[in-house]
Design a protein around this ligand. Structure first.
Ligand code: DGY
Length: 320
C-alpha cells in the first residue's frame, strides 16, 4: 500500500506527477474554492501527509483526526495557520517554504507601496471608465517615494530585501526588529529605531513581522495616531497584525493618508469589509509570493519535505 497524500489545492502537474510515481496522491481539484472543512476532516483521517496553504486552518481538531498523519507541509513561509503545539503533541512534522519567496515578496511589497503612493489602481480605473477628460495639475496626485523615509517593521529576509529596494529609491531606511541587524546597518546604512519613533518619522511604514500572539494588533489606534497624516501603511505579512477597525477609522478621518493591503484578518476578504469602501486603500488578494517561478519553487520544497518524511528521512525547513 502506497502512503497517501492529500493536497488541499489544485497543483501544477509538474509537481504532482513525480509524487504520483511514489505515493497515492489525492487532491482538491478547485483553484477558486477552498476545500470544505468536512472534506478536509474526512481526508485527514486517512492520509499520511497533508499539503496545506495559508488559508487552511490546521488546528487541534484536524491534527487529532489525522491518526496516521506524519507531516503537514505548509506551502508558505508563515505558519500561523498551524497549531504547532498540537502538532508537537501528536508527533507530526510541520514544514514551511522559506527562502525561495524572499525577492518575489519584496517586489510585491514595493509594487504595492508605489501603487498606493501614486494612486495607480484608482488612476488606471479612471482611464478605463472614461473619466480622464482633461489634464489638470493636481489631478491624481500622490506622494513621492524617491527620497522619502521608509520604516520597516520586521527585518527578516523579506524586510531586508524591501530595504535594499528602498535604497535604490534613495530612501532613508529605518527598521524595527527583535534583533539588531548590525551587518546590514554597516553595509547599507539601515537605522534601527524603537517602534514609536519609527512610526513618527516614516513616510511609509511596511509591516513584515510574523503573525504571533505578540504581534496581533501591533498596529492599532495608538500606533496609527503616532504616524504622520501624510503617511502610507503597507501590510504584506498577515492580517491581524494591523487592527482593521482602527485602520478604517484612521484612513477615514485622515489620521494617515493611505494604506496598501495584501493581507486581511479574514481571507478571502469579505465584500462587506468596510476597508473596501475607502478610496485611499489599495487591496490585493494575498499575492506576495505569486510569481510562476516562486510558486513552483515553493511547491517543490513542499514536495521534497513530504517525500523525505514518507521515506523515513528528516525534512528540511522543519518547524516542528
Ligand atoms: C507566505 O509564504 O507566508 C505567504 O504569505 C503566502 O505566499
Amino acid at each position: 500500500m502506497k502512503p497517501i497524500i492529500f493536497i488541499t489545492r489544485k497543483l501544477d502537474n509538474r509537481v504532482v506527477a513525480p509524487l504520483q510515481e511514489k505515493f497515492n496522491v489525492r487532491m482538491w481539484e478547485s483553484e477558486s474554492e477552498s476545500v470544505p472543512r468536512a472534506v478536509l476532516l474526512k481526508e485527514v483521517a486517512e492520509v499520511d501527509a497533508l499539503w496545506t496553504v495559508v488559508s487552511d486552518s490546521v488546528d487541534r481538531e484536524l491534527l487529532e483526526t489525522g491518526k496516521k498523519l506524519k507531516i503537514v507541509a505548509n506551502m508558505a513561509v508563515g505558519y500561523n495557520n498551524v497549531d504547532l503545539d498540537a502538532a508537537r503533541e501528536h508527533g507530526v512534522f510541520v514544514t514551511n517554504t522559506p527562502g525561495v519567496l524572499t525577492e518575489t515578496t519584496a517586489d510585491l511589497a514595493f509594487a504595492l507601496l508605489l501603487a498606493t503612493a501614486r494612486k495607480l489602481i484608482f488612476a488606471e480605473s479612471e482611464v478605463r471608465k472614461g473619466n480622464w477628460n482633461s489634464w489638470s495639475p493636481m489631478q491624481y496626485t500622490g506622494m513621492d517615494v524617491s527620497g522619502a523615509t521608509i520604516g520597516i517593521i520586521g527585518m527578516g529576509r523579506i524586510g531586508e530585501a524591501v530595504a535594499r529596494r528602498a535604497k535604490g529609491f534613495d530612501m532613508r531606511v529605518l527598521y524595527n526588529n527583535r534583533n539588531r541587524k548590525r551587518e546590514a546597518e554597516a553595509e547599507h546604512g539601515f537605522e534601527f529605531m524603537e517602534l514609536d519613533r519609527l512610526l513618527a518619522e516614516a513616510d511609509f511604514v511596511v509591516t513584515l513581522a510574523p503573525h504571533t500572539p505578540e504581534t496581533v494588533g501591533l498596529i492599532s489606534a495608538r500606533e496609527l495616531g503616532l504616524m504622520k497624516s501624510t503617511a502610507v501603511l503597507i501590510n504584506v505579512s498577515r492580517g491581524g497584525i494591523v487592527d482593521e477597525t482602527d485602520l478604517y477609522e484612521a484612513l477615514k478621518d485622515g489620521t494617515i493618508w493611505a494604506a496598501g493591503l495584501d493581507v486581511f484578518e479574514t481571507e478571502p476578504v469579505p465584500l462587506d469589509n468596510p476597508l473596501l469602501t475607502l478610496p485611499n486603500v489599495t487591496v490585493l488578494p494575498h499575492i506576495g509570493s505569486a510569481s510562476i517561478k516562486t510558486r513552483l519553487a515553493m511547491m517543490n520544497l513542499n514536495a521534497q519535505a513530504i517525500t523525505a518524511v514518507l521515506e523515513g528521512r528528516e525534512p528540511e525547513n522543519r518547524i516542528v
